[in-house]
Design a protein around this ligand. Structure first.
Ligand SMILES: [Zn+2]
Length: 321
């Protein structure tokens, strides 16, 4: 489905089968000299066909089209290699590129999951079922790296890049000052809560996320265009809800912890998740992986707040209240 968001500014809805996100919003801006496509969908046929159809319907010439990727996740970046042409500029977060271009990253994540109690015999299966691993771009094109405060201009639109680490370390939102439009990527979603994960205790991604919510709180945005599902206008109201959600989640982690000692995988198994499964054991392996990453982010946050202690003397990292 395609709709016109503003003058010469469109959204293509790209289906994401089997993902709780349901679809990706790819934004397309047409201008006289160049076009810009913001985010692209997974590198898989169903997404590619939806993009082809949209591009055709909007009469977009890809040889005069540039791309901007809000963050490295495969549902946003996966198709860029197949859509870009030799003359395309691909704007990509400088910080996310460090991870995106690191070929050893999956191995490091697997080791890390194991250190956090993820069952060793399920690690390889978890990786093979990870959508980011399955549906990422197979070759990496040349990237034009961007960061906080950079400007990207297309036709009548001038977007200011706002660094919003949390969902990924290099996540970028785009703000059009004059038209008061915020393209929020996966930093702020309306219908669902953005996933916050951590795969390193060096990074306090939930703390970063909360700070990044504050970074965009006072923007006088009339409309917010997220990476998935519905547009919305009450930016402050939505940010307040997200902050409360994570505060409640952190309290839930403390409850699950009780007086004992637990690792992140055990904490994830005890938390409540918005998924159609009766028990933790029935969760698809990829969802267990995401849940564990989210538990780690909350544990790291609680540690930094002085509410939990991290024990690193054994092979598997644990926490104690
Ligand atoms: Zn994402």
């Amino acid at each position: 489905m395609i709709d016109e968001v503003m003058d010469r500014f469109y959204r293509i809805e790209v289906p994401l089968p089997n993902s709780p996100l349901k679809e990706l919003n790819s934004y397309v801006i047409k201008a006289d000299d160049r076009n810009l496509i913001i985010d692209t969908g997974f590198n898989r046929t169903v997404c590619f066909e939806a993009m082809q159809k949209g591009i055709h319907a909007l009469d977009i010439d890809l040889s005069r089209t540039d791309f901007l990727i809000t963050h490295m996740h495969a549902d946003h970046s996966g198709l860029v290699t197949r859509l870009a042409t030799e003359t395309s500029t691909i704007y990509f977060s400088r910080i996310d590129a460090q991870v995106y271009l690191d070929e050893g990253i999956w191995e490091a994540m697997i080791d890390y999951a194991g250190m956090n109690g993820f069952p060793a015999d399920e690690l390889i299966k978890a990786l093979q079922n990870h959508p980011g691993f399955k549906y990422s771009a197979k070759t990496i094109p040349e990237l034009t790296l961007i960061g906080d405060n950079d400007l990207v201009e297309i036709g009548d639109y001038r977007f200011q890049c706002i660094s919003t680490p949390g969902h990924t370390q290099g996540h970028i939102c785009l703000y059009e000052t004059e038209k008061k439009v915020l393209i929020s990527g996966d930093h702020i979603l309306y219908d669902i809560t953005p996933h916050i994960e951590s795969w390193s205790y060096q990074v306090n991604s939930l703390r970063n996320y909360m700070d990044s919510l504050d970074r965009v709180y006072d923007l006088p945005a009339d409309i917010v265009l997220p990476g998935h599902r519905s547009f919305f206008s009450d930016l402050k109201g939505r940010i307040d809800e997200l902050k409360k959600h994570h505060k409640d989640r952190a309290d839930e982690v403390i409850d699950v912890m009780g007086k004992g000692t637990k690792n992140a995988f055990e904490i994830a198994a005890g938390m409540s998740w918005d998924i159609d499964c009766e028990t933790w054991d029935l969760f698809p392996i990829a969802q267990k992986w995401f849940a564990t990453g989210e538990a780690i982010a909350h544990l790291r946050f609680l540690e930094s707040e002085g509410r939990l202690h991290r024990n690193t003397d054994k092979e598997v990292i644990t926490f104690t209240a």
